[in-house]
Design a protein around this ligand. Structure first.
Ligand code: F6R
Length: 366
């Protein structure tokens, strides 16, 4: 049941330190600098010769795929394409035996994702699944896969399943890197040591809730909201916007921060909350210029920052701090405050948080 929480969504948000731990359990060996993914073992050799990875999924799972694109390319140095399953399946996709197709799906039953996989299978690609529901259709039709082990997700808006997908995809990126021998043992040890801290860091991040609630109270009556990030924080921005749309019914858009000046900046005025992911990582200085562009047009800036960052704090109207960490952990950690923001705004607007209108947990129609 809800374990004392008002909604399943809130319970599932707070379960994340544990669900993420379960996603990593028995899979990482920081001292040896090794990742073990039992479900992929038989295909370990094959990974050496894969020329390209194509990820197919829908909705929140598609956002996890976009994050994975950054991780696979950065750590495993393999080209990745991320496709909406519904688009991929209808355009006679160009794929062959040297491609690896990864389907990401919480339910393992999404009709478009299933159809995309079967087309890729007919063309001879190797098929992997990243699913949460054990024994569902996608794991049954793929050659191999990795379960997320996030536990049952009841809230229609995906939270813990998403962060577990990102966790597992991070492990897969490092696993592929290991099979292809593109990272030094020392680098693997360093990254896995960081990754092992993720559940505790999620726990620490959840302490932002009271602060996020205050910010929710300030922007709850907005009609629109923009989310911006760069690099692996760009898909996090997309996911923050989707969460807000689906449960609070506020129109929201996510963009790569630099794209704003190519159109969306026209929307900025005093009424427009703009949520930046502005942590102290690779594109820090660039994001700072984007914040200045929004402030110059009187937008209300809410920034997710690395703890103790006074510089971004001074130029933002409101800030939410997350722990200082390796960039590898950024997508999961930065997602937590955005989940809480959407949740508290939706509650304040009296929305049905666990069962938003027009939505179903598993989309088995095309
Ligand atoms: C949003 C959400 C949906 C699903 C999408 C795919 O919170 O839950 O966007 O992510 O319908 O579902 P799965 O992952 O079951 O294939």
């Amino acid at each position: 049941e809800k374990n004392g929480y008002e909604h399943f969504m809130l319970k599932e948000i707070h379960e994340q330190p544990r669900s993420i731990k379960d996603s990593m359990r028995g899979r990482i060996y920081p001292l040896d600098g090794r990742v073990e993914l039992g479900g992929l073992k038989e295909y370990a050799e094959k990974l050496k010769n894969i020329k390209r990875i194509i990820i197919v999924s829908c909705g929140t799972s598609w956002h996890a795929g976009l994050i994975a694109e950054y991780l696979f390319e950065k750590y495993a140095r393999i080209p990745v394409e991320v496709e909406y399953a519904s688009e991929f399946r209808y355009r006679n996709p160009i794929i062959d035996k040297s491609d690896l197709v990864i389907a990401i799906s919480q339910s393992g039953e999404t009709a478009d994702t299933l159809a995309a996989l079967s087309i890729a299978g007919l063309k001879g690609a190797t098929l992997f699944g990243v699913c949460n529901v054990v024994g569902s259709s996608i794991p049954r039709m793929t050659h191999a896969g990795v379960y997320t082990h996030a536990g049952p997700e009841i809230g229609v808006a995906s939270t813990k399943a998403f962060t577990s997908q990102v966790t597992v995809l991070t492990l897969m990126a490092l696993y592929v890197a290991q099979q292809r021998d593109v990272l030094s043992k020392q680098k693997m040890q360093e990254l896995l040591t960081e990754l092992e801290k993720l559940p505790d860091l999620v726990e620490t991040t959840l302490k932002c809730e009271d602060n996020v609630k205050k910010i929710a109270g300030i922007i709850k009556n907005a009609n629109n909201c923009i989310f911006l990030g760069r690099g692996s924080a760009f898909p996090v921005a997309l996911e923050g916007a989707l969460k807000l749309k689906e449960i609070s019914y506020i129109h929201a858009e996510g963009y790569p921060a630099a794209e704003m000046k190519h159109g969306p900046i026209a929307l900025i005025d005093e009424q427009m909350p703009v949520v930046f992911i502005a942590t102290n990582h690779s594109s820090y200085e660039k994001v700072i210029s984007n914040i200045q562009e929004v402030k110059a047009r009187k937008g209300m800036v809410i920034s997710v920052i690395s703890e103790g960052d006074l510089k971004v704090k001074a130029m933002s109207d409101h800030t939410i701090e997350i722990p200082v960490t390796n960039e590898l952990l950024l997508p999961v950690l930065a997602s937590i405050p955005l989940q809480l923001l959407a949740y508290h705004i939706a509650v304040m607007r009296n929305c049905n948080v666990d069962q938003p209108r027009n939505l179903a947990k598993s989309v088995t129609v095309e």
